[in-house]
Design a protein. Sequence first.
Length: 212
Amino acid sequence: MNAASPLPGGLSEDEFLHAYAAHALRKPQVVADNVLTGIFLTDVRYRGALTALLVQEAVEAARRLAAVWAALSNRTRPVARALAGPLSGVDVWLRFARAVDQAGAAGQPAALLRGMGIDDSALTSAEDCCAFEGLARFEVPLRVYEPGPPAVTVIGASPGTLLLSNADTDGVLHEARMSMSDEQIVALGDAAGDFTSWASDFLGAYIEARAN
């Protein structure tokens, strides 16, 4: 351990980057996969709580994807130091979504990689990211979760609508509503997996380049 290191646990930059890729990035997908395994088998009374947990993990995966993009796109400080800081919020997510939209509209997903300073080893993820149509829609749940855990309510008849609500530091109330249909639940799990995969590929390309 390097006691002078500014990174958690005194890790070196390489040690931290590998640990972040293996655990911090993967955690939302692992949790989401396990929730999906049981949500359709458990008592229907618990579906609201489990769906809220899925949203939470998809939001964390989105924020970590945006954090990786921001850290790689602006290297005024070391990538590891940037990733060790506070998790990216809504503003960073919106900047990331705009960068994706611009690359997609130009038909140049590789431009997203160039902006991050990484090579074409992550091109498939850049292409998939540019083809994903739901990035902007995640702004609402991100705002709801940004201040902390929201209030969880289920309204309407089965399968019901999940209502998540939270107030920001200015006291402004934010709400997110989503169907608890089987299709929506699976889509949330898929989103968590996609965001995790893309972030892992982008950061992995950077880690690989550092090693060569």
